[in-house]
Design a binder for this molecule. Structure first.
Ligand code: NDP
Length: 443
């Protein structure tokens, strides 16, 4: 049987050799998932949610063990690993309540007819997730789907299968058999899942893979939800608190070693403030602790972007990309970049940020909106009206003013242009895991 090896990205140590799910077994799992879905959907939505909440009590008991595993297999620093686990646990009961509320049947009348809308489960959800938040990403896609009455075939990234298996194992302590099953493997198994007779494909990952999935899912008219990469900008307006902006920039560019879909990768600052801002961001970057990159391919991609930029005239003003050890790469800050450079157009997904001095906010907005990505963006200003007017000119699906991009709890997580296809979170997002049906009767 073919094996999948998983490694500690910091030390290179092989953590486990796992059996890859063979094609035949994947088909058998799908058959079981379809069968289980009928019974699962018969349970009330509250019962389904409660079973999940019960499992989360067990996750709570093992929070530190889970964080240790994330640290070991994905490489994020211990405090960030624990934060990922804790924030997922803390949010779960509210998510459950919001899903239940979003999927309550709704009545509409026009004086002649009464129509009831129902949000029914779709069937089996193939849930394919990346490695950068090995518990957070599966939670986001699987929990609303399960509560809605779907069963799930879950394929974690080949970089973090142990976290995926452990997370599913704990959920399966309370879920009925075959409601949640794990497919172990690489992109090959992902492709098999996409080609199989599932009704819904939920995916978080790169734009390239997302396009591939959409193309293949289209043949079977399968429902698809894609959360893709980003190339987020930070615009610092002339009336911004420069110190706060620099502090945010250092943290949001280098958190999780820059391996976050909404990392700040491009910064635009007014010409007259460039020098002061650069001094401040350097100071705050000194305080940042980063873990390793996930693997050498990701590190090589980042180094190649830096090399190309430097050959094209960009200047490194912080860090030394030559000083790397294993998968480790310390934060790098570049200036004198130009908009057409690959590092300004394509997702970096590493500990690098590019700063551009601009003449005015129009130039900043124009450059922010270049390219196919439009996941998030941030605007800093002490004048809220000013910040809002710039925020509304950005193509990004999510914009933060003087803060990160994620909204108030219960708001959607949404990418625009090439950063997403559908969205999750919020009533509208929870409903995307379902089939809408209506029944109408005379009044
Ligand atoms: P990939 O797209 O490489 O992989 C994502 C998942 O898809 C993995 O499980 C992968 O398997 C699987 N896969 C790979 N090829 C195929 C295929 N042809 N068909 C089906 N499945 C396939 O992304 P990464 O794991 O490298 O994650 C990083 C990316 O995720 C970044 O672009 C980042 O921006 C994005 N992301 C977006 C978020 C958002 O909310 N918008 C949040 C977090 C990350 P395997 O790994 O085993 O090869």
């Amino acid at each position: 049987m073919k094996k999948l090896e998983t490694f500690n990205p910091s030390t290179g140590e092989c953590l486990a050799k796992l059996s890859i799910t063979p094609s035949k077994e994947l088909q058998a799992m799908l058959t079981r998932a379809k069968k289980a879905q009928i019974e699962w959907a018969r349970k009330s939505i509250r019962v389904r949610a409660n079973l999940i909440l019960k499992a989360y009590e067990k996750i709570g008991d093992r929070a530190q063990k889970m964080a240790d595993l994330i640290h070991k297999e994905m490489g994020k620093i211990p405090s960030e690993a624990r934060l990922e686990v804790d924030s997922n646990i803390t949010s779960i009961s509210q998510i459950a309540d919001k899903v239940i509320e979003a999927l309550k049947p709704e009545e509409t009348t026009d004086g002649v007819t009464r129509t009831t809308s129902y949000w029914d489960p779709l069937g089996v959800n193939a849930c394919i997730t990346p490695w950068n938040f090995p518990m957070g990403m599966p939670q986001t896609l699987m929990i609303p789907s399960l509560i809605a009455g779907n069963t799930v075939l879950f394929k974690p990234s080949e970089e973090v299968p142990l976290v995926g298996i452990e997370y599913a194992k704990i959920l399966n302590k309370t879920l009925p058999s075959d409601v949640l099953q794990v497919v172990v493997g690489s992109g090959e198994q992902g492709q098999e899942l996409v080609a199989s007779d599932v009704q819904l494909i939920t995916f978080t990952g790169s734009q390239t893979t997302g396009k591939h999935i959409l193309e293949h899912a289209g043949k079977g008219l399968k429902r698809v939800l894609l959360e893709l990469g980003g190339k987020d900008s930070l615009i610092i307006l002339d009336d911004a608190d420069l110190d706060a902006a620099a502090k945010f920039a250092a943290s949001n560019s280098f958190r999780n070693t820059g391996q976050v879909c909404v990392s700040t990768e491009k910064i635009f600052v007014m010409e007259g403030q460039m020098r002061e801002f650069v001094n401040k961001i350097k100071k705050y970057t000194d305080e940042i602790q980063v873990g390793p990159m996930i693997h050498s391919r990701q590190k090589d991609h980042v180094l190649q972007q830096i090399d190309e930029a430097v050959s094209g005239g960009a200047k490194i003003i912080y860090g030394d990309p030559q000083k790397t050890e294993g998968n480790h790469l310390q934060p790098v800050i570049l200036v004198d970049v130009t908009p057409e450079m690959n590092i300004m157009m394509d997702e970096t997904f590493g500990p690098v940020v590019c700063i551009t001095a601009v003449k005015n906010e129009n130039e900043a907005v124009e450059q922010s909106n270049l390219g196919s990505y439009a996941l998030g963006g941030v605007v800093f200003s002490t004048n809220l009206d000013h910040a809002r007017s710039v925020a509304r000119r950005l193509d990004a699906g999510m914009v933060g003013i003087n803060r990160r991009v994620g909204g108030a709890s219960g708001s959607p997580w949404v990418g625009a242009k090439g950063s997403g296809y559908g969205y999750h979170g919020s009533s509208g997002g929870h409903r995307q895991f379902t089939q809408l049906r209506i029944v109408s009767e005379p009044l």
